[in-house]
Design a protein around this ligand. Sequence first.
Ligand SMILES: [Zn+2]
Ligand SMILES: [Zn+2]
Ligand SMILES: [Zn+2]
Length: 139
Amino acid sequence: MADESHKELLKRHGLRVTPVRLAITGWLGVDSLARSQAEIEKRLDGADRVTVYRALRDLEKSGVIHSLSDSAGVRKYALCHAACAAGSHEDNHAHFSCSRCAETYCLHQVAVPQIRSPRGFTVSHSALLMTGVCKTCAG
Ligand SMILES: [Zn+2]
Ligand SMILES: [Zn+2]
Ligand SMILES: [Zn+2]
């Protein structure tokens, strides 16, 4: 039934259910890892590059997934919390980039602290990326 809830998720965010959108949300929902477009394309064996690109763009715009740059500068995508909506992402968590396995984790339990910006600077988004060795690699 996991498939069914992802259909609901897409509809709730005003998106038409397509096989590619469904496959992406389904896979990203499996764990708290963020994945690159290349990884997603590989996973969705045979999916067209442009189709995947557009699906990622639409999903992010609609508040279903969020993205970040990992420590190597690669853009990675992960599933959002239910609180996100079109035009307003509420993902206020830190991310962790492992220098051994190169995986990027969403640290849902670690909130990005609010930092005061200097006078005249208006913050629209702030991010926190930690790098180091992940739990799996350390064990
Ligand atoms: Zn979000
Ligand atoms: Zn690791
Ligand atoms: Zn995240």
